[in-house]
Design a protein around this ligand. Structure first.
Ligand SMILES: [Zn+2]
Length: 327
């Protein structure tokens, strides 16, 4: 039996849903949550294809050949609805949800299910949420609704309580890297770091951004923190390829990695503890300064100015921390 999710890191979620569907125990509403770029949409669309395929549940993967699969591929299956932002909008409106509810209440044209996906469900307006709630309270027969969300906290508790929740976490980095390398993504490691572990986002970044420059900036950042290298070139190069938020977020991520390294070397006794403790203290202070800068409203400042400012603060902090510890 092939039991195949769209992406290798979604296998357990895939088995869970396809097995409950095969046993006719699929919940009528499922909240699929996870950060951008982990593959929520592809997962939900693949489940929809599976449920509508004529070979299901004999097979646990849509066949891609039958008449229903062909309708899905053509985007014309009458029992499937995909709701997303309309052009120029950045919310899911009450009208969209009402229309969807009407469709879900119709009898399926082919059966057995009517399926709908609400992409970016966390951007439903509160009127849209209320309208959806009515459908969830009295669900139409044989329907499967999937809500995709990056920020579950934006959805009211009343919606949460009526959905089964499938968590789509960021995959282990080894799994993500191996998938990215299979996609022939160069600089996979930097791309994945930049995408905060989300493989699909990493693949987009790899196409759209200058990752070798970002890899270079990472090296300069390490040199700056660990070897007192002057920050002038670093600030200029970062400001050239990244915006303020991206730079600060990456600096924080790279610094956190360095803190972990110091902690490992302390734990296994590779470092003299005094030097390593000072190092750890300084790195945590650098992290705090980056965090403060990220929280500060920098909108009116140029990236270069923000970065030069925070790098200068970090440099001063280093001098202070060393002086305190040698006193
Ligand atoms: Zn099929």
């Amino acid at each position: 039996m092939t039991d195949s999710a769209p992406y290798p890191w979604q296998q357990s979620q895939w088995s869970q849903l396809s097995q409950s569907a095969a046993a006719e125990r699929l919940h009528h509403a499922t909240l699929v949550s996870g950060q951008a770029g982990v593959g929520k949409r592809d997962f939900a669309v693949s489940i929809a294809k599976l449920l509508l395929c004529l070979e299901f549940p004999k097979q646990r993967q849509a066949c891609g050949q039958c008449a229903r699969c062909q309708l899905m591929q053509a985007g014309t299956h009458p029992d499937f609805t995909f709701v997303d932002w309309l052009e120029k909008s950045s919310v899911i409106s009450v009208d969209q949800v009402r229309k969807l509810s009407d469709q879900l209440h119709l009898t399926a044209t082919y059966g057995p299910y009517r399926i709908a996906i609400i992409n970016r469900a966390d951007t439903m307006t509160s009127a849209a949420c209320n309208s959806l709630l009515k459908t969830l309270e009295e669900p139409p027969g044989r329907c499967a609704l999937f809500l995709l969300s990056e920020r579950d906290a934006a959805l009211p508790a009343t919606i949460h309580s009526r959905c089964q929740r499938i968590l789509m976490p960021v995959p282990e980095s080894a799994a993500a890297l191996s998938w990215l390398r299979d996609q022939k993504i160069a600089e996979a490691e930097v791309a994945l770091e930049f995408a905060r572990g989300a493989p699909l986002l990493a693949a987009i970044f790899a196409r759209e951004r200058d990752l070798s420059a970002i890899g270079n900036i990472r090296e300069q950042w390490r040199q700056f923190l660990l070897a007192d290298k002057s920050p002038a070139a670093l600030a200029a190069e970062a400001a050239n390829v990244l915006d303020t938020r991206e730079s600060l977020t990456l600096f924080m991520q790279w610094t956190t990695d360095l803190v972990k390294n110091v902690e490992f070397s302390l734990a296994d006794g590779r470092s003299s503890s005094e030097g390593a403790l000072t190092e750890r203290k300084f790195l945590s202070q650098a992290l705090q300064l980056l965090q403060q800068s990220l929280r500060f409203d920098n909108a009116s400042l140029k990236t270069l100015a923000v970065l030069e400012g925070v790098l200068a603060d970090i440099r001063i902090q280093r001098i202070r921390t060393r002086a305190e510890n040698s006193a």
